[in-house]
Design a protein around this ligand. Structure first.
Ligand SMILES: CC(C)(COP(=O)(O)OP(=O)(O)OC[C@H]1O[C@@H](n2cnc3c(N)ncnc32)[C@H](O)[C@@H]1OP(=O)(O)O)[C@@H](O)C(=O)NCCC(=O)NCCS
Length: 163
């Protein structure tokens, strides 16, 4: 399994990967409808990847099995903070794929002088919370009832790590 930056030639594979991932979990922010992209739209997103917005992919036998998307503001007072989203296909979970993506991203972000990595996670998402804790992320607080899903409101935890 290899972790690397996304490439333009990954566009079609990434569209298929993300469509499958989003159908397998409620814990990523977009719904199936909201996340749907054509290959051309995905190519355009990949072309916009830069130091401030990047996608890392985990690839196994030429198949995308996981991703981590990072973004940060270019504003000088906060450009040292990156935010991320992460997901691994269900068949490949609990094999260290997310941990490898996070470690790869941290090295890449350190080179860009990022000092802090943060995200929010739905309080019910125990696998993700355990995974983040295991990778050195700390709880910083709770956003009460910040996610509206399937007719219910859920709390999110703020988690962050200094790198
Ligand atoms: C959260 C997620 C990315 C973790 O990916 P993963 O590749 O399975 O994570 P790893 O294998 O690197 O796990 C690292 C550690 O996290 C913990 N962990 C991961 N999945 C777990 C689970 N289902 N139950 C309990 N602990 C779990 C374990 O401590 C694990 O270490 P170990 O295997 O040595 O015990 C994956 O479950 C996923 O894609 N979930 C759906 C999307 C999602 O929730 N994204 C996060 C939104 S904030």
């Amino acid at each position: 399994m290899e972790v690397r930056l996304i490439e333009l030639s990954d566009a079609e594979k990434f569209v298929n990967f993300y469509d499958r991932l989003i159908r397998e979990t409620d814990y990523l922010l977009p719904t199936v409808e909201e996340s749907s992209k054509t290959v051309e739209q995905q190519e355009n997103s990949i072309k916009k990847c830069c130091d401030y917005k990047q996608i890392f992919v985990a690839v196994d036998n030429d198949k995308i099995i996981g991703f981590m998307g990072i973004s940060r503001s270019p504003m000088s007072k906060v450009k040292h903070i990156a935010n991320f989203a992460i997901g691994v296909l269900s068949d490949y979970r609990k094999r260290g794929v997310a941990s490898k993506l996070m470690s790869f991203a941290e090295h890449w972000l350190k080179e860009k002088e990022v000092k802090r990595v943060e995200m929010t996670v739905i309080a019910e998402n125990k696998p993700a919370i355990t995974c983040y804790e295991k990778n050195g992320y700390k709880h910083e607080g709770t956003r009460e009832k910040s996610i509206s899903m399937n007719g219910k409101l859920y709390d999110e935890l703020f988690m962050a790590k200094m790198i």
